[in-house]
Design a protein around this ligand. Structure first.
Ligand SMILES: Nc1ncnc2c1ncn2[C@@H]1O[C@H](COP(=O)(O)OP(=O)(O)OP(=O)(O)O)[C@@H](O)[C@H]1O
Length: 553
């Protein structure tokens, strides 16, 4: 009898344990499905795919039931705890790790970026309202629920989005094993993802990349950019093709921070002035640029190759911390041939989504030369025609939209450009070859870190390089700097042979380099074997003539 009751007790315990195990497994599966669907809905395509891969077929058989998602659960728990305990629960807290000085850094960045954020906030208040409304519709929550969520995080509808560095703001960390850190294409911050209320809608945001040094303005600016671009992709109305294209653009075209300063660009004062006036200032002082003075939407930089057009575009993006989309028109033609029309649409959608943004289109003549008819290009491919039309439509949209998206196009052949595009590129700025002074400054800049012999006369080189572009000067310096290295190679081989392991230590190599500076003869020899790449005076005259007719400064 005693034996039977022991057996029954054992059975009951086993049954209870099995039931508890089954419930735990269900909970675990539910959590994964909820996270997966949340990632999907918020554009974390790669992370969701990774979760699918790890979850295998079993996970694939489940989906979140209607009227249920992660947001909803969080709100439920919050409201329940508030009712029961009189205060809302904290789901997460910020942690500092040894190798991730993130929060200290982010606090520094927060104070530096405060004034910029204030400026942005004024511009963006209306936009945020609109986004809140969209998010509310998307999440299916009433505005009251969203309001409650925002209050919990101290977010005011008309205040700027909370800074993730603010320790007062809680965020929910969701570990996604194996999540692709490059999901947003900018060297993301690893597998962990952070659920935060970015002003209104809940987004799973990967944490900002941890910088290596603190208190450095450039790096802070870069971290700000990282946070901005690590937003998840927009959903593109659920269109899988567009979303895939969005992923590609984010990976290939969007740059976190070009990190080029205006001071690094030699000469080109006119171009710098116009760019400051057209982009930098309107972002800093939006109240000055309204109505008739609304900022320019498009600028064309034209001139010989290698004169600093790309550098200028990057300087603009860095100076105003705009998200930088750098696309070479020839790559649109070769790489996205069948998709080029869609690419344009997705590119501009992403630019608006990450606004303020700068879209830089290099070699614009490759896609926007004069359309069929007048230019004699009647055989123009239909797809290419549609792509051009799409670009024009998108540019028109910029003028009427509220987002700050600024298009910079560059061309070496402005006379080939379609007049319809020219009309939309309101400012057209010549980026000419550098003068003698400019060339000297470039020579000095390029050779700053190279050991040069005492009394090296760079002025002579500057005089003798008439017609050279900045890129040519860089090549010339590289060639000159190679010459002492070539002289050293023989010596290094001898030393290697004598050295155990066949490697000469770094210090010794450095000493050898210091004792072998660039000489005047090296510079002269380099001038002899480096040619200018631009077309010379015929082209110069053509630029001048076009400038007179179409340029604007
Ligand atoms: N004004 C300049 N100041 C400093 N460096 C310059 C300048 N112009 C050119 N350079 C040097 O030349 C390189 C190439 O310049 P950049 O790519 O900006 O030229 P680009 O005008 O865009 O050329 P392309 O028309 O061929 O695209 C730069 O990385 C830089 O080293």
């Amino acid at each position: 009898m005693a034996g039977t009751s022991t057996l029954m007790a054992l059975k009951a315990t086993t049954l209870a344990r099995d039931t508890a195990d089954a419930a735990a497994a269900d909970r675990s599966r539910d959590a994964l499905v909820l996270v997966r669907d949340y990632l999907d809905q918020n554009g974390y395509v790669a992370a969701a795919a990774e979760l699918r891969r790890e979850g295998g077929k079993t996970l694939g058989r489940y989906e979140t039931v209607e009227n249920m998602d992660l947001n909803y659960l969080i709100v439920e728990v919050e409201e329940y705890r508030e009712l029961k305990f009189g205060r809302r629960p904290k789901f997460t807290r910020r942690v500092e790790t040894e190798d991730d000085d993130d929060s200290k850094f982010a606090r520094g960045a927060a104070s530096k970026n405060q004034s910029a954020a204030r400026r942005r906030s004024e511009m963006d208040a209306a936009k945020r309202k609109e986004q809140r409304e969209k998010a509310r519709k998307k999440s299916g929550f009433s505005s009251g629920v969203l309001g409650t969520m925002e209050r919990k995080l101290g977010v005011d509808a008309d205040r700027p989005p909370p800074d993730p560095a603010d320790p007062a703001i809680d965020s929910l960390s969701v570990g996604v094993a194996g999540a692709n850190p490059n999901r947003a294409g900018a060297g993301g911050g690893g597998g962990g993802m952070e659920l935060s209320l970015g002003g209104s809608a809940m987004n799973l945001q990967p944490p900002p990349a941890a910088p290596t040094k603190n208190n450095n303005e450039e790096e802070e600016e870069e971290a700000f950019m990282q946070r901005r671009i690590l937003k998840p992709l927009p959903t593109f109305g659920g269109d899988a093709d567009l979303r895939a294209l969005g992923e590609t653009i984010t990976r290939d075209i969007l740059q976190s921070s070009p990190n080029v300063k205006f001071e690094q660009v030699v000469e080109l004062d006119d171009a710098k002035r116009i760019l400051r006036e057209a982009v930098v200032m309107p972002l800093k002082y939006p109240q000055l640029f309204t109505g008739l003075l609304s900022p320019w939407c498009g600028i064309l930089l034209y001139g010989p190759p290698g004169t600093g057009k790309t550098m200028l575009a990057k300087a603009v993006a860095s100076e105003c911390s705009t998200t930088f989309f750098n696309i070479s028109a020839s790559s649109i033609v070769s790489k996205y041939r069948g998709d080029s029309e869609k690419l344009m649409r997705v590119l501009f959608e992403l630019a608006r989504y990450h606004a303020p943004s700068t879209v830089f289109m290099d070699e614009i003549d490759a896609i926007m030369s004069t359309r069929g008819g007048g230019g004699g290009n009647d055989s123009e491919h239909e797809g290419s025609r549609r792509m051009k039309t799409e670009l024009l439509i998108q540019m028109d949209g910029l003028a009427s939209g509220s987002e700050h998206v600024f298009v910079m196009a560059a061309s070496n052949l402005p006379w080939d450009l379609d007049p319809a595009l020219l009309r939309r590129l309101e400012k057209r700025v010549l980026v000419p070859l550098p003068g003698e002074k400019g060339r000297l400054a470039m020579l000095e800049g390029n050779l700053t870190e190279q050991p040069c012999e005492e009394g090296l006369e760079l002025g002579v080189v500057a005089k003798g390089t008439e017609g050279f572009s900045g890129a040519d000067i860089k090549l010339l310096c590289k060639e000159a700097a190679m010459r002492p290295v070539r002289r050293l190679l023989g010596k290094l081989e001898e030393l290697e042979a004598a050295e155990e392991g066949g490697v000469v230590d770094e210090e010794r190599v450095n000493l050898l380099i210091q004792g072998n500076p660039i000489t005047q003869a090296d510079m002269e020899r380099s001038m002899e074997c480096t040619n200018k790449s631009s077309g010379g005076s015929v082209y110069d005259a053509k630029y001048e003539a076009w400038s007179k007719e179409f340029g604007s400064t």
